[in-house]
Ligand binder design. Structure first.
Ligand SMILES: Cc1cc2nc3c(=O)[nH]c(=O)nc-3n(C[C@H](O)[C@H](O)[C@H](O)COP(=O)(O)OP(=O)(O)OC[C@H]3O[C@@H](n4cnc5c(N)ncnc54)[C@H](O)[C@@H]3O)c2cc1C
Length: 424
């Protein structure tokens, strides 16, 4: 029988799930039977979302009780994994077998399925969001039926089925693109003038395979984390053509004053891709989060205007901020991906965990960024109403058709999905 799981809050404990029950099935058959019997159910990943995207008043189902399977197909350069896996687990297995993923988010402890469902991203001018590497999905549909979707054989609807907010069914397996394992270095520049990043984003974000800019918006300076591959000739995070402050003399944490032990290795020591791409070490599991997050995806050429707009709000932002991060994401073709159709710059905010103080500031940031074309991160906090979000996605009407096709009775819907795509 499916077991019930007790954790009914998300990682940051700002969401208490309204679910009547949280299932943790051990077999695919149990998944299918439980879904078939349920009136309303949706998948829960590792619970790292700050928004209500995973919440439901029906039932939830975690997939991390299923047998953990990882099958590498060297001929196709893909890996097929059970949906409950987190990137940290998958990365170690892939690396030992001589393979790698192209990109990772800042934290490797998030589940693969949940991350792909929400358009989660890392950074890199050439790097798309993590869902863009999905080549196949196996879904349990409303009757407990199984559907296999593949990028190569379902070209018309696949792009709508990956970033799907959990609304098309329970993903039990994913197939991802892989490549040969590679090594990376990570170097941090400190005291980089924020003007420099705002005025020369192409130089700064083009300086390495993956670049993250951290700032408090008030100091006028930034930390720039340069993650370079050792095999692609992109240099070791070259600082040419821009004022790169100075090299950090010792390891740092993204949040000034926090201990660097949780950060992935820096100072230019080469190491495996999965131990450099995230900011936080895969082997150290962070506890519950003392933070809230919001984030916005903007067209890349809006970067200078967005920097100016947020800097104008620095006096309000900085007092309620742990740290902010700016990254770049390459355009993709996934209908609900916040990087759909446009090369993107993302503005992320890690806020203090005091919602009443933070919400008005989020709202002010949104007033400044929405006119520049911002799309809020599906998994993070926003005050932008659904009616303003949906028109930002030109393929929304086709996604609504997919919803009707895969889930005609709305078994996998929740209030979050209903607000975006009302039934009837
Ligand atoms: C500390 C921290 C750091 C983060 N860093 C980044 C970052 O660098 N970049 C970024 O973009 N985001 C980042 N995030 C946000 C995070 O990536 C998203 O919240 C992501 O959704 C987390 O995956 P999850 O499994 O925890 O999702 P959950 O919150 O568990 O679920 C999210 C959605 O996925 C759906 N889902 C989950 N599993 C399945 C499944 N098997 N089948 C169908 N649907 C499913 C759920 O129904 C829900 O709608 C961060 C969050 C935290 C807390």
């Amino acid at each position: 029988m499916p077991t019930t799981c007790v954790a009914n809050v998300n990682w940051a404990s700002n969401v208490t799930y309204g679910a009547t029950r949280i299932h943790r099935p051990r077999t695919l058959d149990q998944v299918r039977r439980t879904v078939g019997r349920s009136e309303r159910i949706r998948a829960l990943g590792s619970g790292h979302s700050f928004s209500l995207v995973a919440d439901t008043t029906g039932e939830l189902m975690r997939l991390d009780g299923l047998p953990r399977t990882v099958r590498i197909d060297p001929a196709r350069s893909t890996v097929t994994l059970s949906a409950g896996l987190r990137y940290a687990e998958l990365a170690g297995i892939l690396h030992r077998a001589g393979y790698a993923l192209a990109n990772l988010a800042s934290l490797p402890h998030i589940s693969v399925a949940g991350s792909c469902a929400t358009g989660t991203h890392g950074s890199g001018d050439t790097q798309r969001c993590l869902a863009a590497s999905v080549a196949g999905l196996r879904l349990v549909g409303p009757e407990g039926d199984l559907t296999e979707l593949r990028r190569d054989t379902d070209p018309h609807t696949f792009a709508g089925s990956v970033v799907a907010l959990g609304a098309l069914g329970i993903v039990t397996e994913l197939t991802l693109d892989i490549e040969p394992a590679y090594e990376m270095t990570q170097r941090v520049r400190v005291a980089v003038p924020l003007d420099e990043v705002a005025d020369r984003p192409d130089a700064v974000f083009g300086a390495a395979y993956s670049v993250s800019v951290f700032t408090d918006w008030r100091s006028g300076t930034a930390q720039v984390w340069l993650k370079a591959r050792t095999d692609d000739g992109s240099g070791a995070g070259a600082v040419t053509g821009w004022n790169g402050g100075r090299a950090a003399a010792r390891p740092v944490h993204p949040v000034p004053g926090m201990p660097p032990e949780f950060s992935t290795e820096q100072l230019g020591t080469a190491g495996p891709w999965y131990a450099r791409l995230p900011h936080f070490r895969p082997e150290l599991t962070p506890g519950a989060g003392e933070e809230l997050q919001s984030e916005y995806f903007l067209p890349r050429d809006a970067a200078p205007a967005a920097f100016a707009a947020i800097r104008a709000l620095a006096g309000r932002v900085a007092p309620v901020l742990h740290i902010a991060e700016v990254r770049t994401v390459r355009a993709d073709d996934l209908w609900l991906s916040p990087a759909y159709g446009r090369d993107t710059v993302t503005f992320h905010f890690t806020w203090i965990k005091e919602l009443p103080a933070v919400l008005p500031v989020i709202s002010a940031v949104e007033e400044a960024l929405m006119p520049l074309g911002a799309r809020p991160h599906w998994a993070k906090l926003t005050t932008v109403p659904a009616s303003r979000v949906v028109p930002l996605y030109e393929r929304s009407p086709e996604f609504e058709q997919l919803l009707r096709k895969y889930d005609p009775a709305g078994k996998f819907r929740n209030a979050f999905v209903d607000s975006l795509f009302p039934t009837g």
